[in-house]
Design a protein around this ligand. Structure first.
Ligand code: 5GP
Length: 193
């Protein structure tokens, strides 16, 4: 059995992100929303999504700390934009238990935005611990561990253009270079005349 498998191709991501962009453009007609990306994972999704939106949008980021066992999160680096009275779209790479996003939404609510919506590329619905409303969502997946397009393994692999599932986590932990070999072997094949 293979340890890794590509689950969503770069082409499928691009097509879905374009659809989400079109939907957001329609829903926010006449408004000037702020896209608030959650670092570091939301960077590729936010960048691609923003290029399907009109030029009146603003972009900002914040980063969160995660406290292991208790599942509590906090702000590590705050955004610079004042969101009071603004239409905010929080952009996430993945919503798993929902704890991170629900904490963040609670915090942002205290800053009196005109509205808050959520956009996530990936939704692991079956893993949810707290209910959280997702307004825009790219793909629903099961509970496999994913890498690529923002999702990392100890900081690596966020820059892959597609999404990969780790089918055997123990084997991957032993040799996290496996994905590099797989991805670069594929790239080398494509370059071969
Ligand atoms: P939540 O608070 O919804 O449980 O967790 C969200 C965070 O968990 C994500 O921002 C991400 O850092 C991490 N996470 C959840 N599932 C995955 C996954 O399949 N792959 C990776 N790389 N990170 C994940």
């Amino acid at each position: 059995m293979s340890i890794l498998t590509e689950v969503v191709t770069a082409e499928a991501i691009a097509a879905r992100v374009a659809e989400l962009g079109a939907q957001i453009t329609k829903d926010y007609e006449g408004k000037d929303p702020v896209l608030l990306g959650v670092l570091n994972g939301a960077v590729p999704f936010l960048a691609d999504l923003s290029r399907h939106l009109p030029p009146n949008i603003e972009i900002d980021f914040l980063s969160l700390t995660r406290f292991g066992a208790e599942g509590r999160v906090g702000i590590k680096v705050d955004s610079a934009t004042s969101i009071s009275g603004r239409d905010v779209i929080v952009v996430e790479d993945i919503v798993d238990t929902g704890l991170t996003l629900s904490y963040l939404l609670g915090l942002l609510e205290t800053r009196s935005p005109a509205s808050i919506a959520t956009a996530t590329l990936i939704d692991k619905t079956t893993r949810r611990i707290v209910e959280v409303a997702l307004d825009y969502r790219g793909f629903e997946v099961g509970d496999e561990f994913l890498l690529g397009y923002g999702l990392d393994w100890e900081g690596r692999y966020r820059n892959l253009t597609s999404l990969w599932a780790v089918l055997d986590l123990a084997a991957f932990q032993e040799d996290p270079d496996l994905l590099s070999q797989e991805v670069f072997a594929g790239a080398a094949d494509r370059l071969d005349p």
